[in-house]
Design a protein around this ligand. Sequence first.
Ligand code: AHG
Ligand code: MN
Ligand code: MN
Length: 354
Amino acid sequence: MERSVLPCGPVGYVAAVPGDRMQTSQFEEGTTLDRYLLETMRTIGASGQFVNLMQSIALAAKMISSRVNRAGLSGMFGGTGDVNVQGEFVQKLDLYSNTTFLRAMEHGGHTGMVVSEENEEPVRTPEPFHSGKYIVTVDPLDGSSNIDVNATIGTIFGVFRRKTEEGTRAELSDVLRSGRDMIAAGYVVYGAGTVLVLATEFGVHGFTLDPSVGEFFLSHANIRIPKAGMYSCNEAYSPSWHPGVRSFLTHAKSEGWKARYIGSLVADFHRNLLKGGVFLYPATAKNPEGKLRLLYEGFPLAYIIEQAGGAATDGVSPILDRVPRSLHERVPLVIGGAEGVATATDLMKEDPPF
Ligand code: AHG
Ligand code: MN
Ligand code: MN
């Protein structure tokens, strides 16, 4: 099929075969997130709601980033004293991030419902705001245990297009569905800098926040996970893992793989996405379904890694093939380079369930 090249202004050209997956051939330095979204979405005649959704997410990211960067000075360390639906102590920054993200989703007319780690029930867009066509799942602040020690933390989000009619009340059926229905996913990592990584059918791209300008600028175009030997897991739990997991680590060590573990999923994932590696949070007798949550940790990161040429399984089959039975369902997670994930899954799939 003749490849058509759609000029999209000074940012370069996007080669697109109508109806086929678009490949972003080039974007110049200095491309802002807004410009990337407008140029990419325009070529498919999008309605603009997705661009507005991403602009709302970017606003929430800027506000959370600003608060994270001065957490120690704005009384944001420590807990609120509350326990969330996960049975975890809510940190002040969890609460701030959740409130900020939910408010950013309310007014734009793009979102009908948000499923958040911090809310037991789904949060529907209130009247009089328009119940838009997207459903968002979010871990507003991932890596909470690292807040007070100034280690890297992040926000994770996934996007579905609703099944129910736009403008009506969104239903659970809009979100308790296969991960293969996800249409976009991303995360924001609050580290030495703040980087927003967005995955859509047009690839995986990273945008770095310039706080002096208040804009995200393209910094990591067309991210593809490299082949590299590195594993990332909390080996303190090794005695309670199944033999298959231990066999994989023995294999990795015999291959001379390095080990890195930050204890913030987003930080460990981001490093592996850029440098290569496999992250594992397996099931244990205490947590037979693992610790990480499917809708706002497993699905979004699995969507991103598959768009970047990697893989994600629950130790038996692809994460994105799962259909959640409940909003806060947990899932064992093996995610990263395709070859390493396949090796680990082959060893783990023989293990009996806990
Ligand atoms: P959250 O802060 O959103 O609850 O997520 C914490 C998760 C994840 O970020 C990380 O990979 C994992 O918890 C670390 O768990 P351990 O402390 O058990 O290693
Ligand atoms: Mn998390
Ligand atoms: Mn969290």
